[in-house]
Ligand binder design. Structure first.
Ligand code: GLY
Length: 347
């Protein structure tokens, strides 16, 4: 069934990826959730009508008692309120620590499902079935789970690895084009991080499914090396994200995440060029490719505005900022730059 990519985290698990593999969820759940009688399928108002019936039926045929829990679509599902509602549903349905839940949806559903799994009864097993490009290549694997607080996004969370991830690329056929474009911004990020044939083939317009598997493999390797982001490797996944987060905030989250990342990658390339670690030819090629895909160069914001906003991020220490840059395509490095120097970059 397609590719099987192993993530060697605290608990080792597989990402199953390929086309038309959704029906294998029954067997995978049986294998992975050996003690479970009950399964909760958590999905949202957009995805549930498309895929929940078939997923729940397959799981019932595999012998589970299945409960579908539908949450609102969008960020609202990552609120304390909806998180509490899902916990209460599991209590109402009599879930025990032996049982498990499955997130069927995009990044929001996956983050919520993982956080419920991390905290309900001090932890139950879960799996992710991502249905968006962004969640297939990023949030569905790696175990970062969480919800938002009134004070900001993802301020409450836990590391909790899934028991498995089932990424069926065929589900992407129902994804709105704007979400495909956003997801592709992250695909470009992985190509710059990995370099080699992945980068060359992407620029040459090669096969999209192969890129998804390349992205999953890259992330799986990074998480295997640095699950808790303490060893200086997982931070590479933030390439382009300093400017991207600033753009998202400045636009009140109307710029889709992956589009903001694509713009952030142009800045990452230009800053790398400024420090003499990426050639002008490579920086030009990166910018040309990203603009050719219909992404924006700066959305009308000056670099100084973006930099000021990036520095207001709670995660930044006061006198310096850590940036992921490129010491050549495929060679990410972290530069720690004084804030005054960052604000004065001639971009
Ligand atoms: N999305 C970045 C990470 O998983 O570390």
């Amino acid at each position: 069934m397609g590719d099987i990519i192993s993530v060697k985290a605290t608990t080792e698990y597989n990402v199953y990826s390929g086309k038309n593999i959704l029906q294998s969820i029954g067997g995978l759940a049986r294998e992975s959730f050996r003690t479970a009688f009950k399964l909760g399928v958590i999905s949202d108002g957009n995805v549930a009508p498309l895929y929940a019936d078939s997923v729940c039926q397959t799981l019932r045929t595999a012998g589970f008692t299945v409960y579908l829990i539908v949450v609102p679509s969008g960020e609202e599902a990552k609120s304390l309120k909806i998180y509490g509602d899902v916990l209460n549903k599991l209590v109402e349905y009599g879930f025990t620590r032996a049982d498990a839940i499955i997130g069927l949806g995009g990044g929001v559903v996956g983050d919520l499902t993982g956080f419920v799994a991390a905290t309900f009864l001090r932890g139950i097993a879960y799996a992710n079935v991502p249905t968006t490009l962004l969640s297939i290549v990023d949030s569905s694997l790696g175990g970062k789970t969480g919800i938002n607080l009134p004070g900001g996004k993802n301020l409450c969370g836990a590391f909790k690895q899934p028991a498995f991830v089932l990424s069926d690329y065929a589900l992407l056929k129902t994804l709105p084009p704007a979400e495909v474009k956003s997801g592709n911004g992250e695909v470009v990020k992985y190509a710059l991080l990995k370099g080699g044939d992945f980068y060359k083939n992407l620029l040459a317009g090669g096969n999209a499914d192969a890129f998804l598997t390349d992205c999953i493999k890259y992330k799986a390797d990074i998480v295997s090396e640095d699950e808790f982001e303490t060893k200086g490797k997982r931070i590479f996944l933030n390439l382009g994200h300093t400017v991207a987060h600033a753009l998202e905030k400045l636009s009140n989250f109307t710029i889709p995440h992956g589009n903001a990342v694509a713009t952030g990658l142009i800045y990452a390339a230009r800053i790398s060029e400024h420090y003499g670690i990426l050639s002008n030819a490579d920086a030009n090629a990166v910018e040309k490719y990203i603009l050719s895909q219909g992404y924006e160069k700066n959305y009308g914001y000056s670099f100084k505005t973006l930099a000021q906003n990036a520095l207001s991020d709670k995660k930044t220490s006061q006198d310096s900022i850590s940036l992921v840059l490129l010491h050549g395509i495929g060679k990410p490095v972290v530069y720690k730059i004084k804030t005054a120097e960052f604000l004065a970059l001639p971009l």
